[in-house]
Design a protein around this ligand. Sequence first.
Ligand code: SF4
Ligand code: SF4
Length: 199
Amino acid sequence: MKQYLLNTWEALSTIFIGMKITFGHLFVPAVTIQYPDVRVRLPERVRNRLYVNMDDCIGCLQCARACPVDCIDIETVKSLPTEDLGKTSNGKKKALWVTKFDIDIAKCCYCQLCVFPCPTECIYMTDVYEFSEFGRNDLVYKFATLTNEEAKEKAAQYDVFMEEKERQKAEAAKAKAEAAEKAKKEKENEENKEDNKDK
Ligand code: SF4
Ligand code: SF4
């Protein structure tokens, strides 16, 4: 009988202690938030999804070279002398078409090393942290503004320009060699004439 009463007392007292703790928490401010209706306040220098402002990109590759995991893939094509690509917002002249600018954010370790060397400050971390995808390929962000067809066209135009330049260079070299040969022959003829007069 005594043991029965002790067990009953122990059960009631532990329930009371538990309820006291539970009741006390009713007046403690909540530490959880109702995500996604409520968002956490992010730190000022948070590192999340990268963004590239292509209007200011000069295709210098410095960001790609700085990346420790090679997740930035850039391809460029030189512009033709007749093309004016304009300037960046900090006054740098643009001379390259950026035909490819992919960032594989699934590989990115958010080190921000790509951001610091950029001479035009056009690549930077944003506060966007919700970018989950079902497919891994959807995590490769494509920033180039040219379509594939336009990129191919730019590359083909530059190849044609270089071929023409090489052809003109070869022609100029050939004409120079021919002129030198002609001048040499004329000089030899003059010298022969002088020799004949002396005899
Ligand atoms: S943050 Fe780091 S890992 Fe990510 S793209 Fe930039 S350099 Fe590469
Ligand atoms: S460092 Fe800046 S300007 Fe150079 S390729 Fe990267 S994003 Fe473009």
